[in-house]
Design a protein around this ligand. Structure first.
Ligand SMILES: Cc1cc2nc3c(=O)[nH]c(=O)nc-3n(C[C@H](O)[C@H](O)[C@H](O)COP(=O)(O)OP(=O)(O)OC[C@H]3O[C@@H](n4cnc5c(N)ncnc54)[C@H](O)[C@@H]3O)c2cc1C
Length: 373
């Protein structure tokens, strides 16, 4: 790069979503000088749209053992992480320890739910089968036609918007420097990053935490991160009415996640549409149709927001954590970036400080090696 160097830092973190903010905070806590650069407002990428489920048990897939272990480790870290972050920022993050209900609406789904339950029991995960009547006692809004249910008592939730807001305050208080509204237009590993084609921020280490955009920056080694679109609705009960649900419910085709303020997130489609975030009538219709079959009262709620976000997907659904081509990746968290925020920040900051290596299962180069084998 032939441009003038405006700044010099130990670490430049690219991307101010949940992952980049948490990595920056933790790296600064380890004594490193950190600058975080985001081309939009902080926390306005996928982290702004996420439902906030912290649900490794209900999402468990036996073909994704390393991801499951990472998710369980992060879920266990969440309580202390939330408390520390609230203390450091003075802001609530909306961490709710309610457990999650998994629901089936007909015989086919009930048979599938039985298999899912047995699988979790084999994996040693805590799950409890519930009679439909018992599930309705927990959540009176569930339909009388509910066929089967289980409870995952360790799957909780957080409000991702409150999370990123708190992380931004905690990181700033710890001494992270922010460059907001500035696009990283090129990366020169070991040297620094170019901003808007005009200026260079020098940094010894570069952390790529640009979510779905992580593979789009010139100079960043090619990694197979792709955008996976998810459409969602935000709904709320009328004034003075009780919240529709106390805990997240999941079912074939979607989920409902209540917040502490009486609103509820209805999500989400899973679409391969590139960087297109258009809302579609069909997408929103299907979300409402499936939800209303299990929670009919959802159709009485006021719609306060509709929006789509881009999950940073990878070929094996696990994140990219580690070095490749002179940069450190902290991306590709797909459906689990909020869940994986505490463990990602801890692993990446420890690696930056030279205190620990990251498990090779998440190496960003793993796909290239597989293809060559
Ligand atoms: C509908 C939906 C529901 C979800 N629900 C859940 C859930 O319940 N639980 C869960 O754990 N996860 C969930 N996720 C996944 C989760 O949102 C993501 O995995 C996580 O937010 C990724 O965080 P991130 O910081 O890597 O990316 P993002 O939040 O997308 O942040 C990336 C940042 O990089 C910035 N950036 C990009 N390019 C550049 C550039 N060139 N220069 C500077 N800055 C740049 C962007 O502006 C953005 O702020 C959901 C996602 C979606 C879309």
């Amino acid at each position: 790069m032939s441009l003038s160097y405006a700044d010099r830092h130990d670490v430049a973190v690219l991307g101010g979503g949940a992952i980049g903010l948490a990595v920056a905070w933790r790296a600064r806590q380890r004594g490193l000088s950190v600058v975080l650069i985001d081309h939009g407002d902080l926390g306005r990428g996928a982290s702004h749209v996420a439902a906030g489920m912290l649900a490794p048990v209900s999402e468990a897939d036996p073909g994704e053992r390393a991801l499951l272990e990472l998710g369980l480790r992060s879920a266990r870290a969440w309580s202390a992480f939330a408390a520390e972050l609230e203390d450091a920022s003075g802001r609530p993050v909306g961490y709710r320890t309610t457990g999650t209900l998994v629901l089936a609406r007909d015989r086919d789904e009930a048979e599938a739910l039985d298999r899912e339950l047995a699988l979790r029991e084999r994996l040693g995960l805590r799950v409890e089968r519930l009679l439909p009547s018992a599930a309705r006692r927990l959540e009176p809004a569930l339909s009388p036609t509910l066929r089967a249910a289980f409870h995952a008592p360790d799957d909780h939730s957080v409000d991702p918007r409150r999370l990123t807001a708190a992380l931004a305050v905690a990181a700033a208080r710890a001494g992270v420097e922010f460059r907001v509204g500035q696009e990283v237009t090129a990366v020169d590993p070991g040297e620094g990053v170019e901003i808007e084609g005009r200026q260079v921020v020098a940094a010894e280490r570069i952390v790529v935490a640009c979510g779905a955009w992580s593979g789009t920056i010139p100079g960043v080694p090619a990694v197979p991160v792709r955008p996976v679109k998810g459409q969602t609705l935000r709904l709320r009960s009328g004034p003075g009415e009780p919240p529709l649900l106390e805990r997240p419910v999941r079912y074939e085709g979607g989920y409902l996640v209540p917040r502490g303020d009486g609103s509820v997130i209805l999500g989400a489609t899973v679409e391969e549409q590139g960087f297109n975030t258009a809302l579609t009538a069909g997408g929103l219709y299907e979300l409402l149709r499936d939800a209303s079959e299990l929670v009919p009262g959802v159709l009485e709620l006021e719609v306060t927001e509709t929006l789509a976000g881009l999950r940073p997907g990878t070929p094996d659904n696990a994140p990219l954590l580690g070095e490749l081509g002179g940069v450190l990746f902290a991306t590709g968290h797909h459906r689990n970036g909020v869940l994986l925020t505490p463990v990602t920040a801890e692993l990446v900051a420890a690696h930056l400080a030279g205190d620990a290596e990251i498990d090779a299962s998440f190496a960003p180069g793993r796909f290239t090696h597989r293809a060559a084998a």
